[in-house]
Design a protein around this ligand. Sequence first.
Ligand code: FPP
Length: 312
Amino acid sequence: MAKRRIKTLLSAITGAMDGGAQRERERQTEAARLRFVEGRATPRHVAIIMDGNGRWATQRRLPRAVGHRAGVEALRRVVRLCDTYHVPMLSVYAFSTENWGRPQEEVDALMSLMWETIRSDVDRLHREGVRLRHIGRLEGLAPDVREAIKWMMDLTRENTKLELNVCFNYGARAELVDAMRAIAAEGIPPSQITEETISHRLYTHDLPDPDLIIRTGGEMRLSNYLLWQAAYSEYYSTATLWPDFDEDDFIAALDAYASRKRRFGKTDAQIAAEREAQAKSANGVGEPDSATAESAESAATTGQEPQPAIKN
Ligand code: FPP
């Protein structure tokens, strides 16, 4: 009897402690949310490896294609979150060059989903000011998918609210092979090949490198995604399966990014001095005002150029 009472008491205490920890986590998430709503220390380019659709479906005894469909819903959600939290560029890994090796039924489902999603979403995304780009090889894709891709890119070319890059039939090694072929075809002598020579011939030649790469589904690898561009990206992995990825997960990723120190191979002291100089020159020679100083401070953490404070 006494044993049972002790057990009940212990479980009540543990429950209260768990509740406390839960409330603390919620408080921290809310504090982070408010920081990002104000646009502080936000990555300018987030890239996502959307992993876990298959497992999500299998856990529900559903076909894998249903998981991919739920993945499109998660993508729509994250596009909205980019707007809320001032992330101006999002790249997503929707189909890799290696995914051709999946069962034909699944490949067909992913191809249809790409086509259907373009047809169903592009008009709305265009009205919302989203620019859509395809990143990857067009060769190998069916003519209707290629046409849909071309249409979405042409239609949304002038939009600036959010840049959404859909990596489809993309592989980083294939991209590097294509860049090397272009360099060879142009007859550029080896002594004149620099990092810029290569960057300018990648599919992403006109895009900034990703600041933050998120991978869902718990794995810790790049899987042939943006290998060149990821040289100095911050990496964040979450166990959340892609179809379940929600606002709290997104904030947790932004929060992790905001706490990282990006030094690009330099020392802390050098980075701090550079940021201070930038803040001063952005503000004339005198003392930085408080908004510029705050921007410089968050830039020192994330390694971005100081940006003007965003006022809502
Ligand atoms: C990896 O999960 C995901 C993919 C190979 C496809 C990602 C595609 C989407 C999220 C749909 C968005 C697509 C369009 C058309 C924009 P997995 O299947 O490898 O999952 P698993 O590791 O659990 O098996």
